[in-house]
Structures are given as C-alpha cells and as structure tokens.
Design a protein around this ligand. Structure first.
Ligand SMILES: [Zn+2]
Length: 497
C-alpha cells in the first residue's frame, strides 16, 4: 500500500510526523510520516522521514483535504470559513458561472485560500439569451436575478441554440461541466434539459442539477424532477450529478434514491450529493418560494427567515412584499425539522446512501450592514449565512462518525475527498491527483483531532468556524496552522478541464 516516489532518505520540505494517516482510495489507516515537497506529497512512510521542517501530529488524523463540489462561497471570507471546516478545494458546479472565464480571472487576480473551479452556468447563460439580462456579473448577479421571471419562460429553438453556444464557449474556456438549476425555471421544456445534457455528454463532462419539482410535490410539473435526471442519463449517456438530493426530495427521498439506484443498475451514470441540515438557503425571489408554490415542499410562509434582517416571515402577504422589494435577498427555508426523528430520517438516509458524496451548498455571506468586506476576519456579526457554509464537513464527522457510528472515519473522509475526486476525474484530469494521500498527489492535506472535531455554526450563529483542525495545507502551503487561520495565505489554484 505504501508508495514512495523518492528514496526515504531524501529530505522533504515538510514532514508531518507520526499521525494516523488515512487514504480512502487504498483504505490505508495507519501511523505514518508524510513528506511534502514543492506542493506535492513526496512520501508516505511507516519509517521516520526527514524534513527541513517537521510538525509533530501524533494523535491526530492526516487526511486528504475535502473537495466541495457544491460551494457558492466564492470569495476569500467564504473560503476561510470552509478552510476551517477541512475544505481545500471549493467548486461551484451546481450554479456555476457564465461567462466562466470572468470567475477564474477574478479569483486569480485577487487570490484565494482554496483551490477553486466552476461549471458553465445554464442559468446565467439563459438569463442573457432568454431574459435579455447582461451576461456575467458573477454569483452576485446570478443570485440577484434568480427570481426574475424574465429568464424562466420556455425558450424557442433559436434561443436554445444560442444558449447551447454560450455553454459551448464556457466549456471551451475550461468550465468543469454544466450546472443546471432547472428547479429555478421549473416550466421549461424537458427537451431543453435533454439538449443541455446531450451537449455535456458530447463534451465528456457532467451535468450538476438542482432538480425541478417531483410529481408528488407539483402534479402539473412538465416532468418529474427525478425522472428528468434519470431519463437524461439513460438517453444521452451523460454523467448526471443530482445536487443536494436531500433538499429537493424531502419526504420523497427514498423514492428518488431507489430511482437513481435503478438507473445505475442499468449502467446509467448518476451520482448524488447531500448536506446534513434540514433547512435550505436561496434567493427569496426563487420560483419555488412563491406563496402558491410553498405547499409543494410542505412549507408555509412562516418556515422562511429573511436573512438580511433575521425576520421570520409572518404570512403570504409579507412574503410577497419581500420577494418584490429584494428578490435576490437570501432566505433560509426550514424544509425538514432536524429535531423530528421522522423528518431527520430523510436527511440521514440521503446522506448515508452508498452513492452519496458530501457537498455543502456553502452560500455567500449576506452583509446586513454596510458593503461586503470579503477580507474581514473573523466574520463580523453583520455577516450571516447558512450554517452549512461553515459547518457541513465537521458536522458529518461529529454526527455520523462520532455520535451515530453510521460511517467509519475513513468512509466519511472518503465521501468528502476521494469520492468527489473520483466523480470528477474522467472529465477533469487534475482531480486524479486530489482526494488521495499518496506520493505524487497534490499536498492538499488536513490534520484534525477525530475526538473533538466539530461544527460550531448554528442558524443563530451562522459564521462560527468549525474547530478541531490543527493544520490545513493547500498545495503544501499552510492555510491553517496550529489551529489558527493564516491571513496572508492565498495558495489556491484554479481547477479546469
Ligand atoms: Zn441548489
């Protein structure tokens, strides 16, 4: 199992000494030294290694850094919260960006703590082609316009062609796949979703879908949201990734998971992802938060909290006012009650299903006073978000590994690192060097205490960083050292096809 690219006598830049080393791909779980040189893991050895610098990590776990396939937290402060949750690569594959190059250029110019990457955004391309809105503007524009009905209606053939052309350009620019938040324009023709899936299949990349309603939720939906994804995988051969299967399937989670199992059994390529919270967060203007749509998800207006003020919405009238005055304003929607064992069961089964990886759906911070300050640290009280932004991965380690014993430590680490890398690596070769703790792989490494690692963020205190991480290395560069965030560390690199 132990591989060594260089003789063990070599002096490494850095040696992590004596930790419990986990490699989910090989199942390695043993005490070893890990050598790092020039951003790469240069040795994993049961024998002591020599380094220019040595960190004693006895009693701690050394693992590949977490790869988040679903992070809308694009800026520095968002990356820092995720770094303290064990994330070393933050990818926005569900919403994505169009033009994608704008996002890569901005991140490269400003610097990022974590590795980053984006899919091509069907929604932002559609906002331009169908909605006539300006192309681009990043995640802020995407959220601001998410609830704008102008881009959500059926497209004619010419518009679909123009949409596919924009997506083609984004794929040529290195986009990691196509993000399709069809749930935000739930009345489009199923043919359009199939055409987008066909484009992805032809390009050899995956689609990342926020499904539209299920038939149990909205009887008149043009197509069942889960059947649509299954059909696309079967008819086009695309790898279809079912984003946050927990938050769109809700009480129909078991039916959806069975359907996906059936497609896989027939050879279809479908993967699923989940986060361990009962509430969602999105723009309050989203189509599925319209008062007349709430019943579909078993919600009432009072299940919604408007994040900029913390106001719990009182009734449909107030919801309409907020959707009109600030359609892009983020809101928390309490879909499933985590304190109710029956409802919690849906979250647990979505997350624990054998084909599910962990994806946080980390959100941008909402600044309730004054302009956004992405360099502020620690996050000031006026910056708020969903607790999943800061806590997803550590909550999985706390709850599913330590409290429930439902996942082994190496399984939980695997679903958070190696499994995402494996899902991506056919279309994104760079991912073959990530999510593994082996010589020759990228030195994206985390060192944590398995007995104490935990989430700290709550709905009330949403930006409290997780705790328990001694070191987080991105490309061999410490982003967290001795439990403290390194404020000048911006080693993140772009991930492209
Ligand atoms: Zn989503």
């Amino acid at each position: 199992m132990m591989r060594s690219a260089v003789p063990p006598t070599r002096t490494h830049d850095l040696v992590l000494r004596g930790g419990r080393v986990l490699d989910p791909e090989t199942g390695l779980d043993a005490t070893a030294d890990v050598g790092v040189t020039a951003g790469t893991i240069t040795a994993v050895s049961p024998q002591p290694l020599t380094g220019l610098r040595t960190l004693d990590v006895t009693g701690l776990v050394v693992a590949p850094g977490f790869i988040d396939m679903h992070s809308h937290s694009h800026d520095v402060i968002g990356h820092r919260l995720q770094a303290l949750d064990g994330v070393t690569t933050a990818l926005d594959l569900e919403a994505g960006l169009s033009p994608v190059d704008e996002g890569y250029r901005q991140a490269a110019a400003e610097g990022r703590p974590l590795n980053y990457g984006f899919s091509a955004s069907w929604c932002q391309a559609r906002m331009t082609v169908v909605g006539g809105l300006p192309h681009g503007g990043g995640i802020a524009a995407g959220l601001r316009n998410l609830g704008n009905p102008s881009w959500q209606h059926e497209a004619d053939a010419r518009q679909v062609d123009a949409l596919l052309e924009l997506l083609r350009l984004d794929l040529a620019a290195g986009a990691l796949g196509i993000g399709v938040v069809v749930g935000y324009a739930p009345l489009i023709k199923p043919e359009e979703y199939l055409a987008v899936s066909r484009l992805a299949a032809t390009a050899g990349v995956a689609t990342y879908t926020h499904a539209r309603h299920l038939v149990e939720q909205v009887a008149g939906t043009p197509i069942d949201g889960a059947e649509e994804i299954a059909r696309a995988a079967a008819e086009t051969g695309v790898h279809a990734h079912y984003c946050h299967v927990n938050s769109t399937s809700l009480s129909h989670t078991d039916r959806v998971l069975r359907l996906m199992d059936g497609v896989r059994a027939e050879g279809g390529r479908i993967s699923t992802e989940a986060y361990p919270y009962g509430a969602g967060m999105t723009a309050i203007g989203a189509a599925f938060l319209a008062p007349e749509q709430l019943g579909a998800a078993g919600l009432t207006a009072t299940d919604i909290v408007y994040a900029p003020t913390g106001e719990r919405v009182t009734d449909d009238k107030r919801l309409r006012e907020l959707r009109a005055s600030d359609p892009g304003g983020l809101a928390i929607a309490h879909f499933l009650d985590e304190n109710d064992p029956h409802e919690r069961g849906f979250i647990d089964r979505a997350l624990l299903h054998s084909s599910t990886v962990i994806g946080s759906d980390a959100m941008p911070l909402v600044w309730t006073k004054g302009p956004a300050d992405p360099m502020a640290w620690p996050p000031p009280p006026e910056a708020i978000t969903h607790p999943r932004t800061a806590g997803t991965y550590s909550k999985v380690l706390r709850r599913y590994v330590r409290e429930l014993g439902a996942l082994s430590l190496v399984e939980a680490v695997g679903r958070s690192s190696f499994e995402p890398a494996r899902l991506l690596q056919d279309s994104v070769p760079a991912m073959r060097r990530k999510g593994r703790l082996q010589a020759g792989c990228d030195a994206d490494l985390i060192v944590f205490d398995p007995d104490t690692v935990t989430d700290q963020a709550t709905y009330e205190h949403s930006t409290r960083p997780s705790t328990g991480y001694a070191h987080v290395l991105v490309g061999g560069v410490p982003v967290v050292q001795d439990g403290v965030l390194c404020l000048d560390a911006l080693p993140g690199k772009p991930v492209r096809t």
